[in-house]
Design a protein. Structure first.
Length: 198
């Protein structure tokens, strides 16, 4: 029994994470008796009623325009020469991620070099990261730099010492998994306020 549990922590962790995310989503509104056509969203195949979030409904009303209007963000580009790439640590659909060093103070950092995408997407990511800064379990955005010739943007993050998930997952106990799920829920709760408006 103990061997089975420790052999499948990635599956258990994924299952718990999916359950937590599904449980945190608000339910969809369904058409019932007595609804008004004013509340409907027109759809060629069927009719639906607009749903209103139970949480953070008026988040944009409570914040100034500069907080949520990422399209008008004027990015303050830092100096790319302040950072040097040490080694590649990962990649994604929109970026390559490297461990780097700040040459001014010799501190390690993470450099996320973005692949060519629309400026709007870059501004959106920068604005979200700036707004989330200081939240629980949020990696801090230190700087935003751009190559002078290619105009390729890079995001500079604080370095977080971590273990590869392929090594870590098999060692997790039930208690460890519950702890990490709880920490993820704290991030989701904090970031929902920021991300729902986008």
């Amino acid at each position: 029994m103990n061997e089975t549990r420790s052999a499948n922590p990635p599956l258990l962790l994924c299952l718990l994470l999916i359950c937590a995310i599904v449980a945190s989503r608000p339910p969809l509104a369904h058409a019932g008796a007595g609804y008004s056509k004013i509340d409907e969203i027109s759809c060629p195949s069927r009719r639906r009623i607009m749903s209103k979030s139970r949480v953070y409904t008026d988040v944009n009303v409570l914040r100034p325009k500069e907080y949520w209007d990422y399209e008008s963000l004027a990015v303050q580009w830092g100096d790319q020469d302040d950072y040097e790439v040490v080694r590649k640590v990962g990649r994604g659909k929109y970026s390559e991620v490297f461990e780097g060093i700040n040459v001014n103070n010799n501190e390690r950092c993470i450099i996320k070099i973005l692949k060519p995408v629309k400026k709007k997407k870059i501004k959106r990511e920068i604005k979200i990261l700036q707004n989330l800064c200081g939240g629980p379990n949020i990696v801090k955005l230190l700087d935003v730099v751009r190559d002078q010739h290619s105009k390729t943007p890079s995001l500079i993050f604080e370095y977080v010492n971590s273990t590869d998930f392929k090594v870590l997952y098999p060692t997790l106990t039930d208690y460890d998994i519950r702890y990490y799920i709880y920490e993820l829920l704290k991030v989701i709760s904090c970031s929902s306020l920021e991300l729902l408006m986008y």
